[in-house]
Design a protein around this ligand. Sequence first.
Ligand code: NAP
Ligand code: F7E
Length: 341
Amino acid sequence: MAPRVLITGITGQDGSYLADYLLSLGYEVHGIARRVALEDPERHFTRILHLVDRIQIHSGSLESYPSIFSIISRNQFDECYHLAAQSFVAESFQDGFSTMNININGTHYVLAALKELQPECRMYFAGSSEMFGKVHETPQRETTPFHPRSPYGISKVAGFELTRNYREAFGMFCLSGILFNHEGPRRGFEFVTRKITSTVARIKLGLANELRLGNLEAKRDWGHAADYVRAMHLMLQQPEPDDYVIATGETHSVREFCESAFAIAGLDYRDHVKIDKFFYRPAETDLLVGDASKARRVLGWQPTYSFSDLVTEMVQSDIAALEPNRRNEKSERLSAGGNNG
Ligand code: NAP
Ligand code: F7E
């Protein structure tokens, strides 16, 4: 019988890549989505529209223990990937309360429901490099102390500790991946990589001229989400539960990302990027770079995308997505008698 998996956050970037990957391995895939998303799938299921016929979606919210309990009580799962979260760091400074509520209580609900109903189900928690925050050493590894710099980072430390506590106290097979930034064409538009590549596409096609950004000197270890979901799966296939850092080991500044993305489109970022203090954060994580040697050694995991592959794929995908709009606009202008190219 095919193993059955539950993915919270299946409508998000990682949830969608993970669903693709687990289906390719023969899993029966179930996901949790919010009711509002189920009401308007064309709008909220953009990342999973291509596979909705092959997965089962359950309505639920991380803000409701009964909804999580009810989904887990109706199906026996072999693995659970808990990816749902308020994942935007900047938003967590605006509303730390809802970030804490969703990310900490939501994780506790999933763990508690599994313990009550299916303690044998293996569970993955989506930890983050934001837990290292004001870094105590470079590169960061599993033993590096946490020093979060945002309500989001704090909520992820709490989720990590809850997961570890359920493992130690109740003997459950639950673990955390400490994943560094991972991106791709399905990344949300508010994150800096997609903000850059989507605006590069608009500038390239003459639909915009300017890109407003915050701290260009912040450095991140950027990988590709498709590589990182393979690591999540590998973690749950090990004989013993343990926590792993997943990273490329390479770091680049936001400025370098801009330079590269604009150059791919034949543009110079200096002609378009403007600094806007609005996008600076009250506390920043200036330099993140991970040491994934444990994952390489134990899981046999390694990334397949280089930084340049990642930026190229994102820019090309955003340009390709806009081109039909541009053609339509042009033909509308022509049929209206316009002749502005
Ligand atoms: P994402 O694209 O923002 O997806 C987040 C998912 O969580 C969405 O499906 C969202 O549903 C769901 N969600 C949010 N609030 C919810 C609620 N109250 N109830 C139910 N579902 C809710 O994030 P991602 O990039 O895929 O990241 C996946 C996980 O990994 C997150 O926990 C994130 O914090 C963590 N992480 C990400 C990275 C990264 O670089 N991507 C790195 C380290 C850790 P809607 O579609 O309805 O909003
Ligand atoms: O910011 C700087 C910003 O929002 C990256 C999430 O997936 O990864 C992600 O969190 C850097 C920061 O991602 C803008 O100050 C400059 O230094 O793309 P981001 P993040 O905060 O690193 C971690 C690992 C997660 O766990 C999170 O869930 O870019 N930056 N100018 C900007 N950032 C944004 N968003 N917008 C700007 O205009």
